[in-house]
Design a protein around this ligand. Structure first.
Ligand SMILES: [Zn+2]
Length: 180
């Protein structure tokens, strides 16, 4: 790793400030009832060893329109080991029959960036998550308001997550990958 890429890596990490727990707590400031979405599938847990990250991919089937939403949670600051030990109990596939072991991710300490293709994430959260480095992936296209007659969706300008992301994190907790 070159000095420049080490510095870039450090800058990227220090900008991240949200965890799954802090994003859910922020969501609860503006939403009273949050039920983790049940119809969420965990598709892949992919280790990115070079940057000590874990990319989690999931999908959720919408109830009303039966649309399929795609979700991503990037965990930064993961710890990997070639061998299994008490700090690295989880066996993760690298593909082609290769494996690596990793430490459990922490809901209250591991920094995250999230993304979902649902309307709630688009209208309510993506913009404010971007301001707080909690949006995973590129900027969403700008939404042009057709009228100013309706109130702003997120008047408190808080970052947060949709029910699908909460459902996916719940699934990771059930499988022992994420501690609450
Ligand atoms: Zn969503």
């Amino acid at each position: 790793m070159s000095m420049a890429s080490i510095i870039n890596e450090r800058n990227r990490k220090s900008r991240l400030k949200h965890t799954i727990k802090s994003l859910i707590a922020s969501t609860m400031k503006v939403r009273k009832n949050i039920n983790p979405y049940k119809k969420v599938e965990l598709l892949a847990v992919t280790p990115v060893q070079r940057t000590n990250q874990i990319l989690v991919r999931g999908q959720a089937r919408g109830t009303a329109e039966q649309r399929l939403y795609e979700l991503l949670i990037m965990f930064s600051g993961a710890s990997f080991s070639e061998t299994k030990d008490k700090d690295h109990p989880l066996k993760i596939s690298l593909g082609s029959g290769a494996y690596i072991y990793m430490a459990k991710l922490s809901g209250s300490n591991t920094k995250v960036q999230v993304r979902c293709t649902c309307k709630d994430y688009y209208f309510m959260w993506q913009w404010w998550n971007k301001q707080e480095s909690a949006l995973f992936g590129g900027k969403f296209p700008t939404y042009k308001r057709k009228t100013d007659n309706y109130p702003e969706r997120n008047p408190d300008h808080v970052p947060g997550v949709c029910k699908h992301v909460i459902g996916l994190s719940e699934k990771l907790a059930q499988q022992g990958v994420l501690t609450r």
